[in-house]
Ligand binder design. Structure first.
Ligand code: SF4
Ligand code: F3S
Length: 108
């Protein structure tokens, strides 16, 4: 499956959801995840993300490995619902786009 990593946090551009053929993105307050049981590895979402947050599971960088579990876990969270249409990014997306170490800001 593909995995959303920390660049998405506090940005949530949502370009990715428009291209997913199986609608497997789930939305939280300031982050999206991919349901690993539904992703069909089509690769389409990768190029859509302006902050390059999405990786194939086998290519997730060493410092982002915890996001494999975070995607699996939060895709089952009862408050994280499917998102199938692009919407406006979060208001401060510009300030946060290039910030590293954002895992601490992930709202569940
Ligand atoms: Fe959806 Fe394809 Fe991205 Fe998986 S790789 S989340 S199926 S767009
Ligand atoms: Fe997040 Fe990139 Fe999608 S910022 S919402 S993974 S387009």
């Amino acid at each position: 499956a593909y995995v959303v990593t920390e660049s998405c946090i506090k940005c949530k551009y949502t370009d990715c959801v428009d291209v997913c053929p199986v609608d497997c993105f789930r939305e939280g307050p300031n982050f999206l995840v991919i349901d690993p049981d539904e992703c069909i590895d089509c690769t389409l979402c990768v190029a859509e993300c302006p902050v390059e947050a999405i990786y194939a599971e086998d290519d997730v960088p060493a410092d982002q490995q915890h996001f494999i579990q975070i995607n699996a876990e939060l895709s089952q969270h009862r408050n994280w619902k499917p998102i199938v249409e692009k919407k406006d990014p979060l208001p401060d997306h510009d300030q946060w786009a290039n910030v590293k170490g954002k895992t601490q800001y992930l709202d569940r």
